[in-house]
Design a protein around this ligand. Structure first.
Ligand SMILES: *Cc1c(COP(=O)(O)O)cnc(C)c1O
Length: 497
């Protein structure tokens, strides 16, 4: 099989092997790594039908991580998708109200980020060995709630790595906070900052960009790396579950092989839906990719008008993991619809940086036909949760509900009857308050932990282990720092000299 190499979405034409792209995270010119071609599977869809999740994962990932040996890749997959997940199916597909919900929340932190963050640490460790890197890899992450915990769980006690997570002190849900401050593992560090998510994100970016500081870190035998969704080591593992979902539908005789389905994805950073776009390019029979936004509908406007404009009010919604105005992974789509012309992407990205805005050419706009975009307000999201619950007794979280609400608009708009898979990105138990409030206003004032029991009564689904355990766990991480003290904290943790 031909090897797949990675180069930047911008001007740097250098091609690197996947292991180096995983270690680096970003290209030196600030662009994102993209495969030099979208590979084809070595086997047929028919063959995938008989495979389990791990086998499908191997078939998909081996076309992208071509410098990993079979043993290396299989070992990464086995270490990632094991008892950490509460079901052997890893990503079960549920059929409710004539819609297919692909439950991506059965991992240790009950949100879909586990799908990729449970394998990234192993990919990184293997890649470091292949690239002969002796330094300890230090993962530095700012989080608005989900990424931080999933990364902590993923990197916990992984030899040769440390992980430091900064979260906004008042900016995460009660359960998200409890998940992080009780984090176990001898290489994990969690710090609250007196600021919001943007402050945390900026602080982390500054540390990454501080050459002097990075030199000191290197001199102490460490190097920084990132676990956020621009790393191809996070993107590619997400392609897997779209193949998996499709083949389960064939296996259950819900569709015949070759029949086209739609995929609807609640979207923030554009990573999850981009993975579906890659799956489609690899030949998975997908009709429309339905891009679902909340009130921060920068992507909806982009698909409508061909103009990306982040100059707008930032809204805090009941689907907080999608509250985002700069969708980093969109750069990979731009590169693709610009016929892989790095100069074009580079120009658009510099416009975005300087003016907060850019506009596509007509030709690029015409290449967006694979997508349908929609958005749901907070109220529409709540109504979607209640409507589905009343019909079927199935409870979805607020993010998934944005997907479900937009999908219903899509049907109204197009009358399309193709079967549709909605990516269910979080367990309802992760956003208990908002979900229960949608079912009945009276829960507005109930304590978040008390609500777990109430939800349990309604949903017929057990309280996930991940939530149960943390309720009584010891609080380990108590450090709080000011925004301008983040660097000092890294100094202390790494014991730098
Ligand atoms: C991160 C996240 C999303 C958005 O996914 P992107 O890949 O950033 O588009 C949606 N829902 C939940 C629950 C998330 O944690």
């Amino acid at each position: 099989m031909n090897n797949t190499y990675y180069s930047s979405t911008r001007e740097n034409k250098e091609e690197v092997e996947s292991s180096l792209a995983i270690i680096k995270g970003l290209s030196e010119d600030g662009g994102l790594f993209v495969p030099n071609k979208i590979p084809n599977l070595a086997c047929s869809l028919t063959e995938l039908i008989e495979m389990d999740y791990k086998q499908v994962a191997y078939e998909v990932m081996k076309c992208y991580f071509t410098d990993f040996t079979e043993d290396e890749l299989k070992s990464c997959i086995n270490n990632a998708y094991n008892e950490k997940f509460d079901t052997e199916e890893i990503a079960p597909l549920k059929n409710e109200d004539a819609t297919y919900f692909l439950e991506l929340f059965h991992g240790p932190t009950i949100a879909f980020k586990d799908m990729a963050l449970s394998i990234l640490p192993y990919l990184m460790k293997t890649a470091a060995k292949k690239q002969n890197i002796k330094n300890e890899i230090v993962i530095l992450t700012a989080t608005s709630g989900d990424t931080g915990k999933a990364a902590l769980e993923g990197f916990k006690d992984i030899e040769g790595t440390k992980i430091i997570v900064f979260y906004p002190k008042g900016g995460v849900s009660a359960i998200q906070k409890q998940q992080m401050v009780t984090q176990k593992g001898k290489n994990t560090h969690v710090i609250a900052i007196e600021g919001n998510f943007d402050d945390a994100q900026n602080g982390v970016k500054q540390i990454f960009g501080d050459e002097e500081f990075n030199k000191i870190i290197n001199n102490n035998g460490c190097q920084l790396s990132s676990a956020n969704s621009i790393n191809i080591g996070r993107l590619i593992p997400q392609v897997v579950y779209y193949f998996y979902a499709y083949t389960r539908m064939v296996k259950n005789k819900d569709i015949t092989i070759g029949e086209k389905i739609n995929i609807a994805v609640p979207t923030g950073n554009f990573g999850n839906i981009l993975a579906a776009y890659y799956a489609r390019k690899m030949g998975l029979p997908i009709n429309k990719l339905i891009c679902c936004s909340n009130e921060n509908k920068v992507l909806f406007d982009f698909f409508e008008k061909g103009i990306y404009d982040k100059n707008r009010e930032f809204k805090l919604t009941n689907s907080p993991s999608m509250d985002i105005l700069i969708s980093s992974n969109l750069e990979r789509l731009l590169y693709s619809i610009a016929n892989e012309n790095g100069e074009t992407t580079s120009e658009l990205m510099s416009q975005l940086k300087n003016t907060g805005k850019y506009e596509l050419t007509d030709e690029m706009k015409n290449s967006l036909n694979d997508f349908y975009a929609g958005y749901a307000s907070e109220q529409e999201t709540e109504i979607a949760i209640k409507k589905l619950y009343d019909k079927s007794g199935y409870l979805i979280d607020t993010h998934t509900a944005v997907g479900y609400a937009v999908y219903n608009k899509y049907i109204k708009d197009t009358q399309d009857t193709a079967k549709t898979v909605i990516a269910s990105t979080a367990s309802p138990y992760k956003f208990t308050k908002s979900v229960m409030k949608s079912i009945d206003e009276k829960f507005e004032s109930t304590d978040e932990f008390e609500l777990l029991k109430e939800m349990n009564g309604l949903s017929k689904v057990d309280i996930p282990k991940a939530v149960k355990n943390i309720l009584n766990d010891e609080i380990i991480h108590k450090t709080v720092c000011k925004i301008d003290e983040m660097k000092d904290e890294v100094y202390k943790i790494l014991n730098l000299k």
